[in-house]
Ligand binder design. Structure first.
Ligand code: SF4
Length: 373
């Protein structure tokens, strides 16, 4: 494995259930089914898909919060499933997690100072109490909070501030890689932009690698270098963010992009929007798992599983039998600029932060100031 690859998934499978019940055998839920990809040192790698596609399970597998059914996850060339003791402690220091809901991930009975200082007690026990307090103050400043915030409790903060506390806590151990499971989806639109910008700034400043799990393609477009699109436990398209957004080849990716709302709140292209519900991962469709919702499905799609197109591991790859011959939806023929909604978010954020004052904007159409951070 090249030194440039920090994290590698090799044919990772995670199935749940399947045990014997009283009368019947429980169904096997195929949450993740044969995923392979590399994450490069210093990049932001995004994994996107609808709720239930297996992306959160994948995040937990990458962090060793779950064990895979088969396959391997390698961090800096080491199989994470086999590390124990001191090696496991180092792994926990090097790989940190940011949760979707900052409120439920922070102990309400601990002050912010204690919450951010706790990882230091584990990973930097040599620090004195005074050095730890000073380090906590630095971490709080790094995420845009003030030293006096250390004495407050999580319920005294807004959602965006609580996520900043979560980020400071993740940074405390000096990690090489941070995995964020929908790190901004629980936040207001404008606060999302602040937290995304913060993550981007910190990762550049510290040379961190980020793996971001999200369902919002607008978020991904702004912050990621490469993106993998998941559908029902499998990767259907992977490539640089620019390639995937300007030349989406899989019908599912096209549908997700078409569903990004425009400034007036309307979808950009109804004809390309994916129809129906995602099938159950305990009974996935045969062949191409997307065939029950794909407008281009043919007989071959129902019987033969499409695999990611051959090519270099980090090239633009797609898992569709007909990706080269499909006619693109009209709205996707020309490369699309970054979504207007996302542009608006960041324009508002820039305007709101002029003069060093961060204001809380409810949505792109509401230009009022309601909160200082
Ligand atoms: Fe659609 Fe067939 Fe391609 Fe699957 S393989 S995405 S069903 S055209």
């Amino acid at each position: 494995m090249s030194d440039q690859v920090i994290l590698q998934a090799i044919d990772v499978v995670k199935h749940f259930g399947g045990g014997d019940g009283w009368l019947t055998r429980a169904p096997v839920v195929q949450a993740v089914d044969g995923l392979s990809f590399d994450v490069m040192r210093g990049e932001t790698f995004a994994i996107v898909g609808e709720s239930g596609c297996g992306k959160s399970t994948l995040a937990r597998l990458l962090m060793r919060l779950l064990s895979q059914t088969s396959g391997d996850v390698l961090f800096e060339g080491r199989q994470i499933s086999s590390v124990e003791g001191e090696e496991l402690r180092k792994l926990r220091r090097d790989m940190q997690f940011i949760f979707q809901d900052p409120f439920s991930s922070l102990n309400p009975r601990m002050t912010v100072g204690k919450l951010v200082g706790e990882p230091l007690e584990v990973h930097a026990p040599e620090l004195s109490a005074r050095e730890r307090r000073s380090k906590v103050a630095t971490l709080l400043r790094q995420v845009g909070l003030r030293q006096e915030h250390a004495d407050r409790y999580p319920h005294e903060f807004s959602g965006g501030q609580r996520q900043r506390v979560g980020i400071a806590r993740a940074l405390a151990s000096g990690p090489k890689l941070i995995i964020g499971d929908e790190p901004v989806s629980a936040l207001d639109v404008s606060v999302q932009a602040q937290v995304i910008n913060l993550l981007g700034d910190i990762s550049r400043e510290l040379g961190l690698t980020l793996v971001i799990i999200a369902h919002d393609l607008g978020v991904i477009r702004h912050m990621s270098d490469r993106v993998a699109v998941m559908y029902l436990g499998r990767i259907v398209e992977i490539g640089s963010t620019e390639d995937v957004f300007t030349d989406p080849k899989h019908p599912y990716t096209q549908a997700l992009l078409a569903a990004i709302p425009s400034m007036d709140g309307k979808r950009t292209d109804h004809s390309a929007t994916v129809k129906g519900e995602m099938p159950s991962p305990s009974d996935p469709p045969s062949g191409c798992r997307f065939h029950t919702r794909c407008p281009y499905a043919q007989d071959r799609c129902r019987s033969e599983t499409p695999h990611l197109s051959p090519g270099a591991r980090r090239s633009h790859q797609v898992a569709c039998h007909f990706s080269e011959t499909l006619e693109r939806p009209a709205s996707l023929v020309a490369p699309k600029p970054r979504s207007e909604t996302v542009e608006a978010r960041f324009a508002l954020y820039r305007a709101a932060t002029e003069g060093g004052t961060v204001k809380h904007l409810k949505n792109p159409n509401q230009h009022q100031q309601t909160e200082r951070t």
